[in-house]
Design a protein around this ligand. Structure first.
Ligand SMILES: Nc1ncnc2c1ncn2[C@@H]1O[C@H](COP(=O)(O)OP(=O)(O)OP(=O)(O)O)[C@@H](O)[C@H]1O
Length: 241
């Protein structure tokens, strides 16, 4: 049974149609990538999944429950595209704040804070003020916060933007570890090599889901040697040779 089910979802902002009849199922333990260029509608779609926005028509379901639902909040971790951190507080204080929202206290809170900071390699910067963090460090802290309450479903909007390749690899290693433990992960990306790391991909262009499959399937079916080429084929752009 699908853990995430997007049923005939469309979204318009005024006269602009941003999502067009999206149908998509995502299953437990998958790392699912939503791939598409800037403005394709990826953020609009994931915001709906976490209940921050509503479709104009159609429905979204998480764990077989219709979104939005307060009951779902604890089961989902969300990392937005722009970091929602308190600049005048330290990383530790930010973590404590978000931990308290999820009812984490005492030893468990300390243990989770230490674990997530290790995952994003920020342990040494625990007491630094966020206003002194770099852009990449803020991204990593946002990811740490999304992981704090050990959600079953992680929804990450461009999680590795501004993060260097070495750390990006270690973050992807962490995703694979979480997957092993049964966590389902949705990541949006416009980076092709990152798309290759996903179990399955949904390609989005102009608000339409133009293809869904494993990276291997998408390449084979479009007779392409890489995901970028496959994206162009599914998007209707003809190859030159
Ligand atoms: N609240 C809003 N009001 C009006 N238009 C919006 C709103 N939110 C998004 N849009 C428009 O919807 C379209 C899709 O935006 P969205 O942020 O979903 O794209 P994206 O694929 O996530 O791109 P990016 O990677 O650049 O964030 C864009 O044209 C954007 O301007």
């Amino acid at each position: 049974m699908a853990l995430v089910s997007i049923k005939d979802v469309s979204k318009a902002f005024g006269t602009q149609q941003v999502l067009v009849n999206i149908n998509l199922d995502i299953f437990k333990g998958e790392i699912f990538g939503l791939l598409g260029p800037s403005g394709a509608g990826k953020t609009t779609l994931v915001k709906q999944l976490v209940g921050l926005d509503l479709p104009t028509s159609g429905e979204n379901y998480l764990f077989q429950q219709k979104v939005p639902s307060l009951k779902l909040i604890e089961r989902v971790g969300y990392m937005a595209q722009s970091d929602a951190l308190y600049g005048e507080l330290s990383a530790k204080e930010n973590l404590e704040f978000f931990a308290s929202l999820y009812g984490l206290t005492g030893r468990k809170r300390k243990e989770r804070m230490d674990t997530v900071m290790r995952v994003v390699e920020l342990t040494e910067h625990m007491n630094k003020l966020i206003s002194n963090y770099s852009g990449g460090m803020k991204r990593r802290l946002s990811l740490a916060i999304a992981l704090l309450h050990e959600p079953e479903l992680l929804i990450l909007d461009e999680p590795t933007v501004g993060i260097d390749p070495v750390l990006r690899k270690s973050i992807w290693d962490a995703f694979y570890e979480l997957k092993k433990e049964g966590t389902t992960i949705i990541v949006t990306t416009h980076v092709m090599d990152e798309a290759e790391k996903c179990d399955r991909l949904g390609m989005i262009r102009d608000g339409k889901l133009i293809a869904v499959g494993t990276p291997e399937e998408l390449k084979a079916q479009s007779n392409s040697s890489n995901i970028e080429e496959a994206f162009l084929v599914y998007g209707g752009v003809k190859r030159e040779n």
